[in-house]
Design a binder for this molecule. Structure first.
Ligand code: MCA
Ligand code: AMP
Length: 501
């Protein structure tokens, strides 16, 4: 592990500050963001984000309608410049999910691209259009009220096993240190050009995928939506790095045999990085065989940002997430949750616990959940189970909670979907599980006892119901009808008995 000097200065984007200070200098003309045919240089980003920052500077907390567009990137940068915490909203969130997030986080404003129609759940909020006007008179960059690195920067909602999502409060310190640790691990510089098609309301797409390049003074080209053709195009035209979830790499692996241009484009990339869920070894190997390049994995969590990674100068071993990042303390613990596992033997399993400046500060309005997430001596319990190889490489082998499902790289709580299903008049009882899926990693399966066994609700009906209330990625892909759910003597549903074969 190499040493890392932690930069806790409030200036998250030195390249932006430089462009602002010297609008005619070379730094101001460097490309920063590109979404389709719209792009901004650092000078243009400073010109458009700084007046917006000035406008939101007095807002207590803002929400951002986080479509995969230039506007979202500008709004989040403006909030960070102003030192105002931003809550990125999934634009596909349904009414009940949005209603919860808005009432829990209580933003004073919602920022959205001009012309976007916002749903009724946001009607009570004052709206501010994100106008991208690079000819706006230069405003000096506000000096963020964030000289304290503990100031909240983002509040990102993340699912737990039960109940609605919790808002993880991510301080500026965590963003700066995780991005700098990745720069160290990946030799990531301002010369890198990143391509990705990730959503912008989660850590992966927003913090790593947008704020990461901006902190380095490099650039990002966002695909709008993930497509292998876009990956081929951008990597053939100068992009150096690709970020994606395993579903994206699976789709790449499926496409490669019939797409020599994709293979050629991937072969020339400096770094292909996968995260948010485990990359199956089979997909890893298929990509390596077709391109000669190995995807590297990093491991993170909304609450911790990034914990480990295979290093650019390390061995990209399939099935592992590499070594702890600089500044991150990582231990495995026995079942009691406090006794450290000392073994580096590739077989002793323990829960991953982490400590470091990369961590969130709390779950918003949830002191009990926050307290439960940490040990008494300040280790964060990730709930991920792993072993360590003799050389320190971490290999994730499972999860403590069976009620957390990872589908398409999204974390989804079974309890949240069960509650939504129970609101459907055709459902008397419901249980939700995840089962292996080659494309999504896991797919959501609903087991329901219909209110009327003669006319049970169809899979499409229940999928639409969940998508409308929560979000499309939380919809069940398979529905089984049962006469009764298997329960133990205590009346608790025995999910392990729910298999259809
Ligand atoms: C289908 N659709 C529906 C319905 N059925 N919409 C509403 N109701 C229905 N009943 C729509 C979907 O909205 C979508 O619309 C389209 O059909 C296809 O959806 P789907 O099959 O679900 O998925 P996909 O579009 O093929 O998406 C696969 C994906 C996606 C691109 C891989 O899952 C994805 O972007 N995953 C990224 C997750 C991520 O970023 N995780 C980071 C969190 P339309 O076509 O209009 O879109 S984890 C994290 O941040 C930590 C820190 C970490 O370590 O990284
Ligand atoms: P989220 O809560 O959505 O931020 O998801 C975090 C979870 O994603 C972690 O707790 C892990 O279970 C999982 N995860 C992230 N990256 C990886 C990876 N490279 N390999 C396996 N699991 C991962």
């Amino acid at each position: 592990m190499s040493p890392l000097s932690l930069d806790l200065s409030p200036d998250l984007f030195p390249a932006l500050t430089e462009a602002q200070a010297d609008p005619d200098g070379p730094g101001a003309h460097r490309p920063a963001l590109r979404f389709g045919d719209r792009s901004l240089t650092y000078g243009e980003l400073a010109a458009t984000a700084s007046p917006l920052a000035a406008r939101v500077a007095e807002a207590g907390r803002i929400a951002v309608w986080a479509t995969p567009t230039l506007e979202t990137a500008v709004a989040v940068v403006a909030a960070l410049l102003a030192g105002v915490p931003a809550v990125p909203l999934n634009p596909k969130s349904g009414e009940s999910e949005l209603g919860h997030i808005v009432s829990d986080s209580a933003p004073t404003l919602v920022l959205a691209a001009p012309g976007t129609q916002l749903p009724p759940a946001l009607a009570a909020l004052e709206r501010l259009d994100i106008d991208i006007d690079t000819s706006a008179p230069a405003t000096s960059l506000p000096s963020p009220g964030a000289s304290d690195p503990g100031t909240p920067a983002l509040i990102v909602y993340t699912s737990g096993t039960t109940g609605p999502p919790k808002g993880a409060v991510i301080p500026r310190r965590a963003i700066a240190t995780t991005l700098d640790a990745l720069a160290d691990a990946w030799q990531w510089t301002g010369d890198d050009v990143l391509v990705h098609g990730l959503p912008l309301f989660h850590v992966h797409g927003l913090i790593l995928g947008i704020l990461g390049p901006l902190r380095r003074g490099g650039s990002v080209r966002h695909l709008g939506r993930f497509e292998t053709a876009g990956v081929t195009r951008e990597l053939s035209e100068g992009a150096t790095m690709l970020f994606g979830v395993p579903t994206m790499y699976h789709r790449i692996a499926e496409t490669l045999p019939d797409d020599p241009a994709l293979a050629k484009a991937l072969a020339r990339a400096r770094l292909l990085v996968s995260g948010s869920a485990a990359l199956p070894v089979h997909d890893h190997e298929r990509i390596a065989q077709a391109t000669g390049r190995r995807v590297i994995e990093r491991y993170g969590m909304t609450e911790t940002l990034m914990n480990t990674s295979v290093r650019a100068d390390g061995e990209p071993r399939a099935g592992t997430v590499g070594v702890p990042l600089p500044g991150v303390e990582l231990r495995l613990t026995e079942e009691d949750g406090t006794t450290a596992v000392e073994a580096y033997d590739g077989e002793t399993v323990g829960e991953i616990q982490v400590r470091g400046p990369n961590l969130f500060t709390e779950y918003l309005n949830r002191p009990e959940a926050t307290a439960a997430a940490f040990t008494e001596d300040g280790w964060f319990r990730t709930g991920d189970m792993a072993v360590r190889d003799p050389d320190g490489y971490v290999r994730i082998v499972g999860r403590k909670a069976t009620d957390l499902i990872k589908s398409g790289g999204y974390k989804i709580g079974a309890g949240e979907i069960e509650n939504a299903l129970l609101e459907h008049p055709g459902v008397r009882e419901a249980a939700v599980t995840g089962e292996p899926d080659a494309d999504l990693g896991e797919r959501i399966v609903a087991w329901i006892v219909p209110a009327d066994p003669q006319s049970p609700p169809t899979v499409d009906e229940l999928a639409d119901h969940v998508a409308r209330r929560l979000a499309p990625h939380k919809r069940p892909r398979v529905v089984h009808h049962l006469d009764a759910l298997p329960r133990n003597d205590m009346g608790k549903i025995m999910k392990r008995a729910l298999t259809h074969d």
